[in-house]
Design a protein around this ligand. Structure first.
Ligand code: NAD
Ligand code: DAU
Length: 338
């Protein structure tokens, strides 16, 4: 049985990935997470006490801790998801994004290299490619990097560090770039969970600008299957794009959420646009399909309906996140505070 280090495993995508890997039962899992506001141990309830899942609280910027984690747990491969992930927060304050996404990724690469891990999978984003016009072809792996926000610039920098470690040191690394994810456990600062919870609570739905920006929605389980395939079958030094053939205008997503929640359409409020707002993202995932055998299986229509049903039926999770009570879960679980 091999041991995987999963950084950011208490976040949205990381916790879905841990759940899928634990269910598959083929690996021992070591989760390293700093438990920032975006990390929620409740996402891992029932998993972190199992025999094959270990949780380590700490930051990827902590070189000493990383050295210990790699040595003590005999890590075979790394799935690197830890990041500051929210564009609006990066506009308000860019420094934490450089610290975690750039410096943290560098520290992790150094530690993984020192430990001679078999493979390092770097989970990145389509935002590194910049923005598309309405008639442009979707992003391929050859599209030049033209990041527009501090978040996407920090992710692009981390992608280039990964590339450099492959070329300079011969490290075995694969990079994945994915479009917008949605699904269970997503923190309600992102469009779909924010609009869903606000709609269910009768609060206003803040649509940036005209709402005619386009995102290419992919269900988180499809993304996680792609990461697992990249781990097993990706070629070192290569990049794989994942997208859901799911381009939608933001306003159409919000209107569908209104229909599915039974909320009043008058809750929609057009607010000041995000500075530097990328107009359109779209992914061409044919390389992942050809080389990894990957295909998205969730349609946006079905996946959105299931996701809204998940938020409806997980009221305690939602209340704990909305109130901030989720931040106390570590102390309750481990008997010591963070
Ligand atoms: P998230 O914000 O929900 O979770 C991030 C996790 O990383 C949290 O658990 C947080 O506590 C942890 N973390 C933050 N800083 C850390 C540090 N210094 N050390 C250790 N842990 C730290 O993010 P997400 O949406 O799950 O995204 C996961 C990854 O996937 C990110 O790298 C992101 O760039 C990428 N990605 C996200 C999407 C998306 O739509 N959400 C799409 C493509 C790529
Ligand atoms: O494309 C992949 C990226 O998708 C990931 O790399 C990021 O980590 C992830 O946060 C996401 O970035 P976006 O900026 O596209 O996601 P967000 O949910 O913040 O916004 C989606 C769209 O909805 C975007 O056009 C902005 C708009 N929006 C968002 C919020 C939070 C609104 O109109 N109103 C809102 O309140």
């Amino acid at each position: 049985m091999t041991t995987l280090l999963i950084t950011g495993g208490a976040g949205f995508i990381g916790s879905n990935l841990v759940g899928m890997l634990a269910a598959a039962g083929q690996h021992r899992l070591v989760i390293l997470d700093a438990l920032t506001y975006a990390g929620n141990l409740q996402n891992l309830a029932g998993l972190i006490d199992s025999e094959h899942v270990v949780f380590v609280h700490g930051s990827i910027t902590d070189a000493d801790l990383l050295g210990k984690v790699f040595a003590e747990h005999s890590i075979d491969a790394v799935l690197h998801l830890a990041a500051e992930s929210h564009v609006d927060r990066s506009i308000a304050s860019a420094a934490p994004f450089v610290e975690t996404n750039v410096t943290g990724t560098l520290r992790l690469l150094e530690a993984a290299r020192a430990a001679s891990v078999r493979r390092f999978v770097h989970v990145s984003t389509d935002e590194v490619y910049g923005t598309l016009g309405p008639d442009d072809a979707p992003f391929t792996e050859q599209t030049p990097l033209q990041p527009n926000s501090p978040y996407s610039a920090s992710k692009a920098a981390s992608d280039l560090l990964v590339r450099a470690f492959v070329h300079t040191y011969g490290m075995d690394c694969v990079t994945t770039r994915c479009s917008n994810n949605y699904g269970p456990y997503q923190f309600p600062e992102k469009l779909i969970p924010l609009m869903t919870l606000n709609a269910l609570e009768g609060k206003s739905l803040p649509v940036y600008g005209d709402g005619r920006q386009v995102r290419d929605w992919l269900h988180v389980e499809d993304h996680c299957r792609g990461i697992m395939l990249a781990l097993e079958h990706g070629r070192s030094g290569e990049v794989y794009n994942f997208g859901g053939y799911g381009e939608r205008f933001n306003i159409d997503i919000v209107q569908r959420i209104i229909e599915l929640t039974g909320a009043d359409a008058s809750l929609i409020t057009h607010v000041t646009d995000r500075p530097g707002h990328d107009r359109r993202y779209a992914i061409d995932p044919r390389k992942a399909s050809t080389e990894l055998g990957w295909q998205p299986v969730h349609s946006v229509e079905q996946g959105l309906a299931e996701t809204i049903a998940w938020y409806r039926s997980n009221a305690t999770w939602c209340e704990n996140v909305r109130s901030g009570a989720y931040l106390d879960y570590y102390a309750k679980h481990y008997g010591t505070s963070l």
